[in-house]
Design a protein around this ligand. Structure first.
Ligand code: ADP
Ligand code: MG
Length: 231
């Protein structure tokens, strides 16, 4: 479970203070599929980076799986990230000179898994994304949707409890965006918590719970109606 209590975050630029998060209270249960919405500059990425232990916060508390995540040194932060969290980004962040299977296998390389073994496991994850036949293709030979599916496979290969995705459909057309959202739904159905930052309403409506940020606070929270069939 994720729990935030009265979380504050400011950026300091010389003598200027920008107070971005002004007391966030939030609980996300294991296995939820959640979106974080809000206009540009409302602090969505800031919040997601704190959840991903990529950035610190100033005040309040963040508990991840009952562990207080606060003022960790980089070694400890990296350990928690590697154990629990997978990341997906708007711009895919694939390595251009590595093929699809090597990109997916990369987290296992950092864990010291031998090449043959990590590539075999990576191929299974690619297969689940419907990309087995694209394993030896470089990122620039893949469509946007295919690249994002490679990135999702890479985020899953370490068996994380939580996937954090920052505008994962921001570079994709609507049809491809919906396909990627279907994949997140499948990932979530395996019990993995999925948290998606988006500023697009139709994307947020494909999650089970929408958390809306404005002026540094959660100003509303709701569950989208599921009356309309997805097209
Ligand atoms: P969003 O993802 O909702 O668009 P961000 O969390 O990226 O919003 O940014 C919130 C505010 O904080 C913006 O005004 C942005 O310019 C500012 N900001 C973000 N990152 C930094 C940083 N590293 N240093 C200073 N200001 C930042
Ligand atoms: Mg952002």
């Amino acid at each position: 479970m994720i729990a935030l209590n009265n979380l504050h975050k400011s950026y300091f630029n010389g003598s200027n203070q920008l107070h971005v998060l002004k007391g966030i209270d939030l609980e996300i249960q294991d296995g939820e599929l959640v979106s974080i919405m809000g206009s540009s500059g409302s602090g969505k990425s800031t919040l997601l980076n704190i959840l991903g232990i990529l950035d610190n916060y100033d005040e309040g508390n963040y508990y991840l799986a009952d562990k207080l995540i606060k003022d960790l040194n980089e070694t400890k932060a990296a350990w928690y990230r590697n154990q629990m969290i997978g990341f997906v980004f708007q711009s895919f962040n694939l390595i251009s000179f590595k093929n699809a299977v090597e990109n997916v296998a990369l987290p296992l390389y950092y864990q010291g898994v031998p090449r043959k073994k990590r590539n075999r496991i990576a191929l299974e994850f690619l297969d689940e994304m419907g990309l087995k036949d694209w394993a030896d293709h470089l990122p620039n030979e893949l469509s946007g949707g295919q690249k994002q599916r490679v990135a999702i496979a890479r985020s899953l290969i370490t068996n994380p409890n939580v996937i954090l995705a920052d505008e994962p459909t921001g570079a994709l057309d609507s049809q491809t965006s919906y396909e990627v959202m279907d994949i997140f739904k499948k990932v979530n159905e395996k019990g993995i918590t999925v948290i998606i930052v988006t500023h697009e309403k139709d994307i947020s409506e494909r999650t089970d719970r929408i958390i809306h940020l404005a002026d540094g606070l959660i100003d509303k929270e709701y569950r989208p109606k599921k009356t309309m069939d997805y097209v």
